[in-house]
Design a protein around this ligand. Structure first.
Ligand SMILES: Nc1nc2c(ncn2[C@@H]2O[C@H](COP(=O)(O)OP(=O)(O)OP(=O)(O)O)[C@@H](O)[C@H]2O)c(=O)[nH]1
Ligand SMILES: [Mg+2]
Length: 306
């Protein structure tokens, strides 16, 4: 499956973002905690304050230009939607990032968890800028930070939480934020809300499927039935490690273990939805996105090399 979805507003927003990045001190890279690899825009190790070369990323970041635009600005890595993964999976990722030398902040922008620590980290990451100003005899100014990430990962929700009130639009579909917008969080920090970015072409088939499953790209770009069948396959693959099929069996009273994802869709359609496979596919995806198929995440980190 190749993702064809690259609407004009994203191309336009990327151009504006590239311009604004010149004024920015700190980049908050917001990823979807369910798929921290597939929603990566920057290499893992670049989020760290460790000596260079300590961390290595298994795969290159999905978006080829973003690392270049960001350059050597301060970086803070955020895995949002913490509530949509299990404790077990969160711990695995926390340990993996720690082994890469990368600090990582888990947040739940819906309920406002992990926000204070994140605000402190963003301010601290910008402190170097004010030190340079002081060294030149200039007065300190608020740190300027931007939230970047794939569509729908929760960037705007996070900004509203950091602000403590709802200022920027945030809703349950990708492509909500269309314009870049600066907001002042406090005397110390100003934040830029940016539209989601996606690469013009997504060559990694597995990543493309996971982005579609998690609703982190636009609806127009994929076939619901293919994506829902892949979701079933993924949950089957993860079952040994995180018991990801328990909630599926509980909800639909149909066990996917012995059959392929597409056959499962057909069987479930017969059992529950009068043979309507498209409706079944959409229901499965909606149930997963609402957390009704369990909170475990769809990606586990690679084994830590010791
Ligand atoms: N369960 C859960 N939902 C969240 C979380 N963060 C955001 N959401 C929800 O996810 C949806 C998308 O959030 P947005 O803030 O609009 O995401 P965005 O990254 O700004 O999206 P675009 O502007 O489209 O790129 C909203 O319905 C939020 O309420 C979270 O941590 N947990
Ligand atoms: Mg937004």
């Amino acid at each position: 499956m190749t993702i064809q979805w690259y609407p004009g507003h994203i191309a336009k927003a990327e151009k504006a973002l590239k311009e604004q990045l010149k004024r920015v001190d700190v980049v908050l890279e917001v990823r979807d905690a369910r798929i921290p690899s597939s929603t990566a825009l920057l290499p893992a190790s670049s989020a760290c304050s460790c000596p260079e070369g300590l961390g290595t990323l298994q795969t290159p970041p999905a978006h080829p230009q973003v690392p270049e635009w960001v350059g050597d600005k301060g970086r803070v890595l955020v895995l949002n939607r913490q509530d949509m993964i299990s404790r077990q999976v969160q711990t695995l990722w926390a340990e993996w990032f720690a082994a890469q030398g990368s600090a990582v902040y888990f947040t739940n922008a819906k309920l406002g968890k992990g926000i204070k620590v994140l605000a402190a980290a963003a301010t601290a990451a910008g402190a170097a800028m004010n030190q340079r100003r002081r060294d030149r005899g200039m007065l300190p100014r608020p740190v300027r930070a931007v939230a970047i990430g794939f569509p729908n990962v929760g960037k705007s929700a996070l900004i509203n939480r950091l602000l403590g009130r709802r200022v920027v639009e945030s809703a349950a579909r990708p492509g909500v934020t269309r314009q870049l917008r600066w907001v002042r969080i406090s005397k110390e920090i100003e934040l830029l809300d940016a539209p989601g970015v996606i690469p013009a072409k997504l060559d990694d088939r597995d990543a493309a499927f996971k982005l579609a499953i998690c609703d982190d790209i636009g609806q127009a770009s994929y076939d619901n039935q293919l994506v829902a069948a892949e979701l079933v396959e993924l949950l089957k693959q993860l079952d040994d490690e995180v018991n990801s099929l328990d909630a599926v069996r509980g909800r639909y009273e149909l066990d996917p273990r012995e059959i392929a994802g597409d056959e499962y869709l057909q069987a479930l359609a017969q059992l529950r939805y009068q043979g309507d496979v498209e409706r079944t596919a959409r229901q499965l995806l909606t149930d997963f996105r609402k957390g009704q198929l369990g909170a475990h995440g769809l990606e586990l980190p690679p084994p830590i090399q010791t």
